[in-house]
Design a protein around this ligand. Structure first.
Ligand code: NAG
Length: 357
């Protein structure tokens, strides 16, 4: 893909558009684009003692791997019927409406967003290479970059002032080659495309949630509420979600404790025991994107059979009510399946618990 300049710039344009419409500066972008809408055990040093030590280390790693890969971290979501979407859409053009009755079968949902540690275990055991690594770059919110890095690439981004295509940015290097995830192993993995997310979930014996499953999970058993915990953003003045405080994109006061992502275990869980189902990082779902929905009652809807973009839900640490009021359960946005960015991750679902649960 990177070999073809034409294909490459086409993808960059798509990424720019997708990042624009999807993550930040969404209103301006919308006006402009007007959418109708290895084994991981290291090298053996030789000698039986070394091999034994390596085997011990490996089995400890494998046990940790199973845990961290989320096999013990799913919650049962009881089947039922809920109101999906809303008749009081905050962002009309996103197709948050109409409110419709949707039946969902029982399933399992990851309690946490997939973390850098989880993803590293997957990469260690499979050698998987993400799309951002293959393409050689990914989109990074400029607020996370140094002045030097920004100055180098700024001319390329007149159309997307706070989304910069950063060479060498990928899940291991979220803000480019000089950054790394070492102090953020428990934060959500970022710069993973929809295809990457699907590969991870498949490896873990899981799948991506449908949008309906995701939204049902988000609502945590509550009906018609804005947020997973109710209608008030900060009950008793407490922060329940990692979003933006201050003036976007210039001033991030991080009153919730985080300028960028937070650990996947941060903040109180919702009624189903799910953490950070809104805010922190956007989460991929399995559905193709469409903005017009039937108001008819539906059973286990899976979205259209084809499309160009995939639905993502939940908003991110970059969202503020003033320009990205998308940390609501009904809110939604989209990206092409090969897109990646510094605010987009995922969690997996499953029909039954994977083997090692
Ligand atoms: C992945 O493999 C590397 C190299 O062997 C190791 O240092 C690292 O701890 C492994 N990561 C996890 C999360 O197990």
């Amino acid at each position: 893909m990177a070999a073809s300049g034409r294909c490459r710039s086409h993808r960059l344009l798509l990424l720019l558009l997708a990042a624009l419409t999807a993550a930040a500066g969404e209103e301006a972008a919308r006006q402009a684009a007007a959418p109708a809408a290895g084994c991981g055990c290291g090298s053996s040093r030789g000698g039986d003692g070394g091999r034994e030590a390596a085997a011990r280390r490996y089995s400890a790693e494998a046990a940790a791997g199973e845990r961290a890969a989320g096999r013990r971290r799913m919650v049962a979501i009881p089947g039922g019927v809920f109101t999906m979407g809303t008749d009081e859409p905050e962002i009309q053009q996103d197709g948050e409406w109409p409110a419709r009755r949707v039946h969902v079968n029982s399933f399992y949902m990851d309690q946490y967003e997939v973390s850098n540690e989880d993803f590293e275990i997957f990469v260690n055991s499979t050698g998987y290479v993400t799309e951002a690594e293959k393409f050689g770059d990914s989109f990074v919110f400029e607020g996370m970059l140094s002045e030097e890095v920004k100055a180098e690439i700024h001319q390329a981004v007149a159309a997307a002032p706070w989304w910069l295509p950063v060479k060498g940015a990928n899940w291991k290097h979220p803000e480019g080659p000089d950054s790394n995830i070492l102090k953020r192993m428990d934060h959500p993995v970022l710069h993973v495309s929809w295809n990457d997310a699907l590969a991870f979930c498949t490896w873990a014996g899981k799948r991506l949630p449908t949008e309906a499953e995701w939204e049902y999970s988000c609502r945590g058993g509550l009906e018609n509420r804005l947020f997973p915990w109710g209608n008030k953003l900060q009950p008793k003045g407490q922060h329940y979600v990692n979003i933006w405080q201050g003036v976007f994109p210039t001033s991030n006061t991080a009153e919730d404790g985080y300028k960028g992502t937070a650990p996947v275990t941060a903040f109180p869980p919702n009624g189903y025991g799910l953490y950070n189902i809104v805010g922190n990082a956007w989460e991929w779902t399995s559905d193709w994107w469409v903005v017009h929905h039937s108001a008819d009652e539906a059973h286990n809807p899976k979205g259209p059979s084809s499309g160009t973009d995939k639905v993502k839900k939940g908003g991110s640490y970059m969202c503020h009510k003033s320009y990205c009021y998308r940390y609501r359960c009904a809110a939604r946005s989209q990206n092409t399946p090969d897109s990646s960015a510094s605010n987009l991750g995922f969690r997996c679902a499953a029909d039954s618990l994977p083997d090692l649960q």
